[in-house]
Design a protein around this ligand. Structure first.
Ligand code: ADP
Length: 497
């Protein structure tokens, strides 16, 4: 509004002066150039410091997060709590001349609770909290990133003063973007200056500062961080925040269902078992989705079936209304039955359901019964997985006479698994190093491994074609079939013997 009024007055003055016969051209040109330069600097962040401040969040909600709100992650929590003793017992640390804790690096996949942990730290040591992300520092213009780092530290101190606190926590997510190895980026000068500035800030922090700052970095790529950043006196505590194990998942589910009415038949332990490799964020989303399913069902409580549906949704994506053509659906039905059949041969009792409902990118899927968490895979297990992967395409070929692009992802998975065998030293090549194998040799060995599995799969599918046709029909009618029903139609025990 003010802008418009000033513009109006400006134009009026210009017209008035022009009528008086005063030449305004030089003045106008000067004003124009000045305005242009001012805007340019403002864009680059050199003219105003407000620009960057809008990106950072001094989260009020940070004050609400405690370590009890973080499920699983016991080791990480203990390590952090131990490190925080140094911040709390500042007087002892001072008198003993211990180097103060300046930075903690949280390393792990997304959604595992790193942000939550930083917030809980802020609360634990009663400090101001400010959060930002590495990507906020990336600019084309030299010097801007470094300036933003300086501003960030200043802002943290200001915030602490305002909140009457003596500590401030700065959380930098995706720190690898600004702390990657120096000299590697195309516009590396800018990145290097930014990282250098961060190091300068860290090195400049002293125990006698009026406000003590603790910097918490989070990254999924600790391997690409510049070594200088992890040197003692900087981020010298590295805490791994991994995907939760079964107990951790149970714990996280308990946290996120606290405020939700669960029916008698909901067994959180069982759900934890079924959600191997889910992150904390996915479990939170699972609990939320289950509640939404219950609401859609007009149910006052969340039942086990709602959780089952929610697991499928979180794993595979939203159910789609799109229904493929009959011909295509038939192909999907045979393809999925092929996967399920071989899964039963490889591990009897492993199929939970076969579905031909479109979800996310998948036209159909087989859900497997949960296994206990395992972190090692044997040769037999991987070979079995390869067999399951290729079974879909082979079934299509045997029953419909040709394959389709529906198996592209399966083959990708199968080759990845074959590579695991090769580089795990479990193939005929023996123990090998990646660098010494030509891609041709790797290709041949992958082929050999997959061909061996094809033989097994061919045999199983040949001797069960009738079952596949029958189950295919059921799927076309019902969209899904339960594992128990499927197993009744197979006579696996006798065939395996
Ligand atoms: P990250 O920073 O590791 O990417 P976040 O801390 O941002 O992950 O987690 C996102 C959300 O996922 C959280 O707000 C929380 O709801 C949920 N979450 C993730 N990990 C946990 C956990 N360990 N315990 C409870 N909730 C979690």
């Amino acid at each position: 509004m003010v802008k418009e009024i000033s513009l109006g007055i400006g134009i009026a003055v210009v017209i008035f002066l022009a009528f008086q016969g005063i030449n305004l051209v030089p003045t106008l040109v000067l004003i124009g150039v000045g305005y242009f330069l001012f805007n340019l600097f403002k864009k680059q962040g050199l003219g105003s410091s407000n620009n960057f401040n809008t990106h950072q969040k001094s989260n009020k909600e940070a004050a609400d997060v405690t370590f009890e709100d973080i499920g699983g992650q016991e080791t990480a929590k203990n390590e952090i709590l131990e490190a925080l003793e140094f911040v709390r017992d500042i007087d002892d640390v001072k008198s003993l001349g211990i180097r103060p804790l300046k930075g903690i690096m949280l390393s792990g996949p997304p959604g595992t609770g790193k942000t939550l942990m930083a917030k809980a730290v802020a609360r634990h040591i009663d400090s101001a909290f400010i959060s930002t992300s590495g990507s906020e520092f990336v600019e084309m213009y030299a010097g801007v990133g470094a300036k933003r780092v300086r501003e960030l530290f200043e802002k943290a101190k200001d915030l602490a003063r305002k909140e009457d606190k003596t500590n401030a926590v700065i959380f930098i997510d995706e720190i690898e973007i600004l702390g990657g190895k120096r000299g590697q980026n195309s516009s590396h000068l800018e990145y290097d200056q930014t990282l250098n500035q961060l190091l300068v800030e860290l090195d400049g922090m002293s125990i006698d500062d009026e406000i003590n700052i603790l910097v918490i970095g989070a990254t999924n790529r600790i391997d690409i961080l510049d070594k200088a950043i992890l040197r003692p006196g900087r981020f010298d505590r590295i805490v791994k925040v991994d995907l939760p194990d079964k107990e951790g998942r149970h714990n996280i589910l308990e946290i996120h269902t606290q405020n939700k009415p669960l029916a008698e038949d909901v067994d959180l332990e069982q759900i934890a078992k079924e959600t191997f490799r889910f992150s904390g964020a996915q479990l939170e989303s699972l609990a939320n989705e289950a509640a939404i399913m219950a609401m859609r069902d007009d149910s006052k409580e969340i039942r086990s079936e709602h959780f089952k549906e929610a697991i499928d949704k979180v794993m595979m994506g939203e159910k789609l209304n799109r229904r493929p053509q009959e011909e295509e659906l038939k192909r999907v039905a045979y393809h999925e039955t092929g996967h399920a059949l071989v899964a039963e041969f490889v591990k009897p009792g492993s199929v939970s359901t076969i579905n031909i409902t479109s979800r996310g990118k998948a036209l159909g899927y087989v859900r497997h019964n949960p296994e206990d968490d395992h972190y090692l895979q044997t040769l037999d297990y991987i070979r079995g997985q390869i067999a399951v992967c290729i079974a879909g395409a082979i079934t299509e070929e045997k029953i419909l006479g040709n394959r389709s692009t529906g198996a592209t992802n399966d083959f990708k998975k199968a080759t990845e698994l074959a590579k695991k065998i090769i580089f795990g030293g479990m193939s005929e090549l023996g123990v090998v190093s990646k660098e010494h194998l030509t891609s041709d040799k790797i290709h041949k060995e992958i082929n050999k491994i997959i061909t061996a599995e094809e033989k097994r799969v061919n045999k199983w599918i040949d001797s069960n074609q009738e079952v596949i046709l029958e189950v295919g029909e059921i799927l076309l009618e019902e969209e899904s079939i339960r594992g128990e029903e499927f197993r009744k139609k197979l006579k696996i025990e006798s065939e395996i013997a």
